[in-house]
Ligand binder design. Structure first.
Ligand code: CMP
Length: 481
């Protein structure tokens, strides 16, 4: 469609140029006849026939100059587009046409009216210009502000901008002599004078830039931050128009009166659609919360729901702990009552991803069972961490310091949100008293773990004697015979 239009325009311009050139030729060739004709119709009474003919020539030359300027503009700005990859701003194109046309017109004028005093004309036009300038102060202000805006190219058609203290936000549709035209998200058109825009701060979200948005939400204090962060990040990253180039960031903004406040920062492929995308992101968060059993914080409901949860949890948790402990290898030989006793004595602790559960070198009088999540056992070797083992649900750690009385041998760090059950010295002593065989299997495991802790060179020297040594150390420490 556009192509056909420009083809039609080209043909019209060409035909006009040919006709005007022909008329010009006739005007020059039949100048004498034309003069005679003017005299015959007594038009000389109105003006000098030579002046009339010169006027006609001026108009015809003017039309040719106009067509020439358009063709030149087409060429120059066509090359500009080829080189830069985008269209030159309309304002620049218009200024170019006016300047070139004015220069050409002056040349033509002095050619057609050689006797005219251009100096006087300029003087008159200078005075006239001052008067005109004063009258058009605002318009010219807009015009020059428009030129400076175009020269800086701070934004282009298609970008989303927010202008001034009134915060007009919308997609730039056009930048004209007078104003910037933006279409707001309510589909209104707002025109902002170039001169006022030049004075105001403008926030630009370029179309070819990854622009970010923030969406806020909250959870109850009961809901784990690591879980909420993970669940929301995964739900948001798959929403339409959320850029796959950067993973959304979910972080805690505040610990507020009614719950934990979060912000979710995500990047958009098409920023102009941020209202829809914000809404979609909120929707995804709601559904993700539903699936994951997370709760939004409503101050009045929080109190009720919290109490209910707490009682339910306490009642139901004992069974889960017994189940967890009876699945731990070393506790397999224990009776149901003994495991129940251990579960009662166990204290639950929750750790965020990256938190240290126990530190090498510190004293320790308890051991831990991983109830949920994962931990990593690591030691520092020449200033660098060396991973010794990764422990999953049902695995235990911290037994070395507990059973031997020596300091902790390694750092244990949570790899994800991890809940551990801590069992203290007293509870273990009761278990040992009724299950003396447990000491042996534990000393064997500790011996093996020590091998894992040792550097490669040391590991070769690990012997059965060592296991015996551990066995007697445990017995001594727990006062067992
Ligand atoms: P403790 O020394 O009390 O504290 C650090 C804990 O890391 C240690 O007890 C063990 O439970 C655990 N640990 C040490 N070495 C290993 C290993 N090779 N494999 C698994 N766990 C280990």
């Amino acid at each position: 469609m556009k192509r056909r239009q420009s083809k039609n325009r080209l043909i019209i311009n060409l035909v006009t140029a040919v006709v005007v050139l022909l008329l010009l030729y006739l005007a020059f060739h039949f100048q004498a006849d034309l003069k005679a004709l003017i005299l015959r119709f007594q038009l000389d009474k109105v003006a000098d026939p030579d002046q009339i003919i010169a006027g006609i020539k001026l108009v015809l030359f003017g039309i040719i100059a106009y067509i020439f300027v358009r063709a030149l503009g087409f060429l120059v700005f066509g090359m500009f587009r080829l080189r830069k990859g985008f269209d030159a701003p309309t304002l620049v194109r218009n200024v170019f046409s006016i300047v070139v046309f004015s220069l050409l017109f002056l040349l033509i004028f002095s050619f057609v009216f050689p006797k005219a005093n251009l100096g006087a004309l300029f003087t008159t036009s200078a005075i006239f210009g001052v008067i005109l300038g004063l009258a058009l102060q605002d318009t010219l202000g807009n015009f020059f502000a428009g030129i400076s805006l175009q020269a800086d190219r701070p934004f282009q058609v298609g970008d989303v901008i927010t202008v001034g203290t009134q915060r007009h936000t919308g997609v730039v549709e056009e930048i004209t002599w007078r104003a910037i035209k933006i279409r707001t998200f309510q589909n209104h058109v707002v025109l902002i004078n170039n001169s006022s825009a030049a004075k105001e701060p403008i926030e630009v979200c370029p179309r070819d830039n990854l622009n970010a948005r923030l969406v806020y939400f909250n959870t109850l204090y009961n809901d784990s931050p690591a879980k909420a962060i993970h669940v929301v990040r995964e739900a948001v990253r798959e929403a339409d128009n959320v850029s796959s180039r950067i993973t959304p960031i979910v972080r805690i903004r505040n610990l507020s009166e009614s719950g934990i406040d979060y912000e979710c920062k995500y990047w958009l492929d098409d920023y102009a659609k941020y209202n829809d995308t914000d809404a979609l992101v909120r929707q995804r968060i709601w559904y993700a919360f539903r699936r994951a059993g997370l709760n939004f914080a409503y101050p009045t409901r929080t109190l009720l729901v919290e109490r209910k949860h707490a009682t339910e949890k306490r009642a139901g948790d004992g069974g889960a702990l017994v189940e967890r402990l009876s699945a731990v290898d070393i506790f397999a030989p224990l009776s149901v009552e003994e495991t129940g006793m251990l579960a009662q004595a166990a204290v639950r602790h929750i750790f965020a991803p990256g938190e240290t559960v126990i530190r090498a070198g510190e004293p320790g009088s308890s051991m831990f069972v991983v109830h949920s999540g994962r931990v990593r056992v690591q030691v520092n070797e020449n200033g660098r961490p060396r991973i010794v083992a990764t422990l999953n649900e049902g695995d235990f750690f911290g037994e070395m310091a507990l059973f031997t009385g020596e300091p902790r041998t390694a750092n244990v760090v949570a790899l994800e949100e991890t809940e551990v059950l801590e069992i203290g010295h007293a509870a273990m002593k009761r278990v040992f008293d009724t299950n003396p065989d447990l000491v042996e299997s534990l000393s064997f495991i500790i011996g093996e773990r020590r091998q894992g802790l040792a550097t490669q060179a040391d590991a070769v020297h690990g012997t059965e004697d060592e296991s015996d040594g551990i066995l007697s150390a445990i017995k001594r420490f727990f006062g067992l015979s």
